[in-house]
Design a protein around this ligand. Structure first.
Ligand code: FAQ
Length: 311
C-alpha cells in the first residue's frame, strides 16, 4: 500500500499537480515543508520589528499610515503561513515555542538594526524585493496550501516594494543630507539582502530534494542573480549606487559578476550572533508573555461558548 501511495505521490508531482493536506506524502516531504513554512512564518512575525521601530517616528501622518498597514500585512502573512504549516500536523503552540526557545530559524535579514528613516525605504526596496523574487516561484510550490498562500502574499509584497522604492526616491530628490541617508541605508542592506536567498548552491543541503519535490523551482544562486538584474536599473532610476565595485554584466557567461559575498557574516547571523538577534528574540518572548492573558481569555470564552451550545 505504501508503494502504491508513493507512486501516486510521484505521479502528482510529475504532473505538476498539487499535494493537498489529506493526501499521502513521504515523511521527509512533510518535514521539509514544516521546516520551510514555519521558518517563513517566523520571518514575517520577527520581520515586523525592524519597521515597527519607526511607526511612532514616521515623518508624516501619511507615512505612518502606510507603514502601519505594511507591518499589519506582515502579521497577516505570518498567520496564513502558520495555518498552512498546521495542515501538515504541527500546532501553532509548538511552532511558537520553538521560536521563543531560540530553536527555530527565521530569515537572517531581520537581525540588522534600523537606525534611520531611510531604512524603511531600503527594507521595502531591497528586502521586499528579494522576498518577491524568492516567493513568486513558490506560488507554484507542489504543496497546495503553501502555494495558494503565496499568491496573496506576493501581491502585498509588491505594494511593499513600491512603497520602499518611493521612500528612497523622495529622499534622493531631497537635500544632500537626505541623499546621504538613503545611500547609507542601501549600503547597509544590500549585502544582507543578497544573503536572504540562502547559501551558494554548492553549500545548500536542502536544494536537491526540494527541487525534485517541486517546492523550489530555481536555485538560490539563480534567484540571487535574477534579483541583481532587477535592482540594477532600479538603482539607476533612484540615483543610488549598489555598494559593489566589481558588479558588472559578464556577457560571455551571461551572468552578473559580483564581489565575493561574505558568507562568514551569514553563518554568524544564523548562529545567533548577528547585531540584533538577541533583541529580536527577547522582544518576541516579552510579547508572548504579555499576551498570555489574551490567550487565556480567548480559551475561556471558547469553553463557555461550547458549554452553552451543548446545553
Ligand atoms: N536566513 O539548504 P538551504 C519575508 C538556512 S521574506 C536564515 O539552501 P532551503 C518578507 C536554511 O533554512 C524572508 N536561514 O535551505 C518580509 C537551512 O537551514 P535548516 C522569509 C537561512 O530551505 C519582508 C540552511 O540555511 N522568506 O519575511 C537563510 O532549501 C519585509 C541551508 O540552506 C522565506 O522564508 C536565511 N536567509 O532554502 C517580512 C522564503 N537561507 O532549515 C517583513 C521561503 C538559508 O536546514 C519585512 N523559504 N537558511 O536548518 C525559502 O525559499 C528557502 O527556505 C530558502 C532557503 C531559500 C530561504
Amino acid at each position: 500500500a505504501e508503494a502504491e501511495a508513493q507512486a501516486r505521490f510521484d505521479e502528482i508531482i510529475a504532473a505538476d499537480s498539487r499535494i493537498e493536506p489529506r493526501d499521502w506524502m513521504p515523511e521527509a516531504y512533510r518535514k521539509t515543508l514544516i521546516r520551510q513554512i514555519a521558518q517563513h512564518a517566523h520571518s514575517e512575525i520577527i520581520g515586523m520589528q525592524p519597521e515597527g521601530n519607526w511607526i511612532t517616528r514616521a515623518p508624516s501622518l501619511k507615512r505612518k499610515a502606510i507603514l502601519l498597514a505594511k507591518v499589519q500585512d506582515e502579521a497577516g502573512h505570518g498567520l496564513y503561513l502558520y495555518s498552512a504549516a498546521q495542515t501538515l500536523g504541527i500546532t501553532r503552540e509548538e511552532m511558537t515555542q520553538q521560536l521563543i526557545d531560540g530553536k527555530a530559524k527565521y530569515s537572517s535579514i531581520f537581525n540588522y538594526p534600523t537606525p534611520t528613516w531611510a531604512d524603511m525605504g531600503a527594507i521595502g526596496w531591497l528586502v521586499d524585493g528579494a522576498a518577491i523574487c524568492n516567493q513568486v516561484p513558490l506560488c507554484r510550490a507542489s504543496y497546495g496550501p503553501y502555494g495558494r498562500a503565496m499568491v496573496r502574499i506576493c501581491k502585498e509584497e509588491s505594494f511593499h516594494q513600491r512603497q520602499g522604492f518611493e521612500i528612497l526616491l523622495t529622499l534622493m530628490r531631497g537635500t544632500e543630507a537626505q541623499q546621504r541617508m538613503a545611500q547609507d541605508a542601501v549600503n547597509r542592506w544590500y549585502w544582507p539582502s543578497l544573503m536572504m536567498f540562502g547559501p551558494p548552491d554548492d553549500e545548500s543541503p536542502n536544494s536537491a530534494r526540494s527541487t525534485a519535490w517541486k517546492i523550489k523551482r530555481f536555485s538560490n544562486d539563480d534567484l540571487r542573480q535574477r534579483f541583481i538584474g532587477m535592482l540594477v536599473p532600479q538603482a539607476e532610476a533612484l540615483g543610488v549606487t549598489l555598494p559593489d565595485p566589481e558588479l558588472r554584466w559578464d556577457a560571455e557567461n551571461e551572468r552578473w559578476h559580483t564581489s565575493e559575498i561574505d558568507w562568514s557574516e551569514f553563518y554568524e547571523v544564523l548562529a545567533g550572533r548577528g547585531p540584533m538577534n538577541a533583541v529580536r528574540l527577547q522582544n518576541r518572548r516579552d510579547a508572548h508573555e504579555s499576551g498570555a492573558w489574551v490567550r487565556e481569555a480567548a480559551a475561556a470564552y471558547a469553553r463557555t461558548q461550547a458549554a452553552r451550545s451543548d446545553g
